[in-house]
Design a protein around this ligand. Sequence first.
Ligand code: ADE
Length: 273
Amino acid sequence: MMSPMSEPNPAPTEATVPQMAIDVVSIFPEYLAGLQLSLIGKAVDRGQLRLNVHDLRDFTFDRHSTVDDSPYGGGAGMVMKAEPWALALEHVLADRAGHGGGSAKPTLIVPSPAGAVFDQRIAEDLAGVDHLVFACGRYEGIDQRVIDWAAEHFELRPMSIGDYVLNGGEVASMVMIEAISRLIPGVIGNPESLTEESHEDGLLEYPIYTKPSNWRGREVPEILLSGNHAAIARWRRDRRLERTAEVRPDLLARLADLSEEDLTALERFESQR
Ligand code: ADE
C-alpha cells in the first residue's frame, strides 16, 4: 500500500531547487502526516524541501507483508527483518541517483534509545546535509546486519532523542525533522527568532509577555515598557542566565565566554538563593 505521503511531492510553485531531501521509512507512514502541516509542509509546497515517506511493507513479498521475526539467541519481542529494510533503502538510493545524486553519501538516521543523544548542535550539523534518511524501527529493533550493510552506503547516525524508551522511531524522527528543517534558511518565517531562542547559544530563553500590561492584577515587568533597549537587553540576558542557573546548571557549566557583567549577574543570583 502506498501512503498518501509517499506520492511525489507537488510541483513547486516557484522554480526552486530543494535545499534538502528527506526520506522516512516506517511501517506506520500515517504517523508522519503531521509533517505536512505548518512550516515544513509549506517548505515542501514551495519546493525547498523534498519529503517522501515510504511504507516498509511495500518492500515485502509474502501474503502477510511480514517485517519481523523472533530473535536468534532467544529473548522477548520481535526483530525487524533485514531484507525489507535493504530493499527500502536501495529504493531510496536509486531515487537519489534519479535526482542527480550528490557527491557525499546521504545520512541515515536510525532513531534508537541506544543512539547518541540528539541536541541543537547536532540539529545544526544535520541542517547542512543535502539528504537525510530516517529508518523508523519498531519492536526490539532492526537486524544488525542490515545496519552494518547500510553503513557502507550512508553516513550512519544512530540517534536517541532522550533517555526514555518510545514504541518506535516515528515520533523521534518527527522531533528531529522539525528541529533540523526549521534551521534550513528560508524554511522558518523569521530568521531572527532562530538566533534568539533557547539552546541557540547554550542559554534558555527569557520570559516573554504580551498585552494587556496588567492581566488579572499581574503586571508586565516595568522595564519592558520603558523603551530603553539597552536596559531591556540586559534584563533579558540576566533572566536567561538566572533561568539557566536554576533549571539547567549543566548548560551553564559548558559556557566558555561569559562577560564580566554575566558573571556578576550570576554571582548575584547565587547569593540571593
Ligand atoms: N526509539 C525508542 N526510543 C527512542 C528514543 N528515546 N529516541 C529515539 N528513538 C527511539
